[in-house]
Design a protein around this ligand. Structure first.
Ligand SMILES: NC(=O)c1ccc[n+]([C@@H]2O[C@H](COP(=O)([O-])OP(=O)(O)OC[C@H]3O[C@@H](n4cnc5c(N)ncnc54)[C@H](O)[C@@H]3O)[C@@H](O)[C@H]2O)c1
Length: 250
């Protein structure tokens, strides 16, 4: 079997080479993304492994089939860059990393929340200029906050447990209410979560039902003091509506 891994950074190569050696599989690496211009370079490989932000363009799927590729693996949880119908039509198996470090992403949500509630960006900017004024740096403590999770799946559920452990009140909205999360979260409608939360953490996967899930109407429901932490995909939030809400100091 021959595999080509794309978008590989230099610091990842040693681990990839070690894995290839242990498993006796040829894995070649390149630093570029999967685009139509590159397909001719894929002849002879059985599978490709990608990690990219831009969509795999329509003409790539038949070209991959013609090149003899049988599988596209994205080393991400979200697979929104891949058109599953086009892949299916070209007999390409698509796989992802279903549990992509839920703990790591949940801790990132915690870090971003701490940065906001402790006003660390302003604090650091001032400190760098030897400005040690306290004005405007009044911070909140986590136990006094209501944290709203939208999309309490693997990552969102882990975020919920971390905030619960720190003493926050955790509320959540998801299409599926998970029994195992009920000791940590109170489920409610999306609108209620947005109205009640001091911090809204987004953890849904990007799908047709979550595209622009947070738009003008949803932003209008949020407290004027609330923080929004998006740890999923950009298009889950309507960027224009967000900019408008920020400019209007809502
Ligand atoms: N920031 C990062 O570094 C990073 C890393 C990995 C994954 N991600 C993103 O996080 C996403 C979630 O990952 P996960 O492993 O928790 O996935 P998951 O499938 O376990 O959880 C997603 C949750 O969203 C819910 N959901 C889907 N549509 C919804 C809707 N319309 N309304 C309410 N809830 C809805 C699902 O029911 C599910 O519980 C990934 O798809 C990816 O986009 C980000």
């Amino acid at each position: 079997m021959k595999i080509l891994m794309m978008s590989v950074r230099d610091d990842e190569k040693a681990a990839i080479e070690g894995w290839a050696k242990r498993n006796n599989i040829q894995v070649d690496t390149v630093n570029w993304e999967l685009h139509p211009d590159h397909v001719s370079e894929l002849v002879g490989y059985d599978g490709i492994v990608i990690q990219q932000r831009s969509k795999v363009e329509a003409e790539v799927y038949p070209a991959l089939k013609a090149a003899g590729i049988k599988q596209i693996t994205t080393r991400t949880a979200g697979f929104d860059v891949i058109d599953l119908d086009a892949a299916r039509k070209n007999n390409l198996v698509v796989t992802n990393v279903p549990a992509y470090s839920p703990r790591s992403v949940a801790e990132l949500a915690l870090a971003h929340t701490m940065r906001l509630i402790r006003k660390l960006e302003i604090f650091d900017e001032r400190a760098a200029k030897q400005d040690f004024r306290w004005a405007g740096l009044q911070a909140a403590e986590i136990h006094s906050l209501t944290v709203g999770i939208v999309g309490a799946g693997r990552i969102g559920g882990t975020t919920a447990k971390i905030f619960d452990a720190l003493g926050a009140k955790v509320i959540a909205h998801d299409l599926v209410e998970r029994e195992e999360l009920k000791p940590f979260v109170t489920y409610m409608k999306k609108e209620e979560v947005l109205q009640k939360a001091d911090v809204v953490c987004l953890h849904v996967d990007l799908n047709p039902s979550t595209f622009n899930l947070i738009g003008k109407d949803e932003l209008a429901l949020m407290k004027p003091t609330a923080y929004l932490v998006n740890e999923c995909r950009g298009p889950v939030v309507d960027t224009d509506a967000l900019i408008e809400a920020l400019e209007q100091k809502k």
